[in-house]
Design a protein around this ligand. Structure first.
Ligand SMILES: [Zn+2]
Length: 308
């Protein structure tokens, strides 16, 4: 999704039509490059944050926002890199991270992603949270290299680990770790400073998001630079702060569910109230965020019950 840019007053159906016709005002969008290290950049335009690693082997891009921005993204790459994008890694299937795939694929980039990204992009998808149907992507937009667990690139003098985290933001998420540079790109497993969107329709879950957040906390240190899917370039401390909110909310919502509350009753109880002023101003508004985590936990409780 395109979190911070879509006014919350837009109805789901209006949102759907906007997405169908492409987002408005993309002609005005500028691509900004934020230097992360000497050879790694975070690119921001409209949609999910991109990562770029440059060097003698060629440009390595993570995510590509929306199709109308591809030329601008390629121009931003050309400003810092003599080489075009050789590899393009998708962190997950959502259109604000893969919308440029067709253009990049046609211009010779090799698109790489978890196998579920290709599977979901190849067929029509429905996102219940926005009552939105996303059509199948054309062949040229699909990842041509897929993997199950992880794949490592040895590129531009970097060891670049791309590893899958299970059922977190979606069921096809990858996190990218530039091992030598101590840089991470977490895709939408990290919304720096805002409540994160969890796409339950695409196999995401709160527990998976907590696990992926803990995993990166365990791999990082105070010097790490963490590119979030949305929000500004992050630190380990900021990622830890987001985990605190996830864990407190999990406990509170689980308590309510165990006491017999329905998802609607959990939302009505406003368990996130103390965090809302700080965390609830992004794309995910408090009630919707609480509803999603309540639904996620209710689902995992049901699954647990069935196992007994
Ligand atoms: Zn997403």
């Amino acid at each position: 999704m395109t979190p911070q840019l879509l006014p919350s007053i837009l109805s789901a159906s209006l949102l759907a039509s906007l997405f169908a016709s492409g987002l408005p005002a993309q002609g005005d969008v500028q691509i900004r490059s934020i230097k992360v290290t000497e050879n790694i950049f975070m690119l921001m335009g409209q949609g999910g944050n991109m990562g770029l690693c440059i060097g003698e082997d060629g440009a390595f891009l993570i995510d590509d926002q929306f199709a109308p921005l591809s030329e601008k993204i390629q121009a931003a790459v050309a400003k810092v890199s003599e080489n075009k994008v050789k590899f393009l890694v998708n962190t997950h299937w959502h259109g604000d991270h893969t919308g440029g795939n067709e253009n990049f694929g046609k211009s010779g980039s090799i698109i790489v992603a978890h196998k579920n990204v290709r599977e979901r992009m190849a067929s029509e998808q429905f996102q219940a949270a926005f009552n939105r149907t996303v059509p199948a992507a054309p062949k040229e937009a699909l990842p041509v290299v897929t993997f199950n667990d992880e794949v490592t690139f040895h590129w531009n003098g970097e060891e670049i680990r791309v590893f899958h985290v299970e059922r977190a933001h979606t069921d096809g998420d990858s996190i990218i770790h530039f091992v030598d540079s101590n840089v991470f790109h977490m895709g939408d497993n990290f919304f720096n400073g805002n409540y994160p969107y969890i796409d339950l329709s695409s196999g995401g879950s709160l527990d998976g998001l907590i696990a992926s957040t803990k995993k990166v906390l365990g791999m990082s240190d105070g010097e790490s630079k963490i590119i979030p899917g949305h929000g500004t370039l992050g630190t380990r401390a900021e990622l830890a702060a987001s985990l605190d909110v996830l864990e407190v909310m999990r406990e509170r919502v689980m308590e309510l569910l165990e006491a017999g509350a329905s998802v609607e009753e959990v939302v009505a109880a406003k368990p996130s109230e103390e965090f809302d002023a700080q965390w609830g101003k992004g794309f995910m508004k408090p009630d919707q965020w609480v509803g999603i985590i309540a639904e996620s936990l209710a689902k995992s409780r049901e699954a647990g019950d069935k196992k007994d």
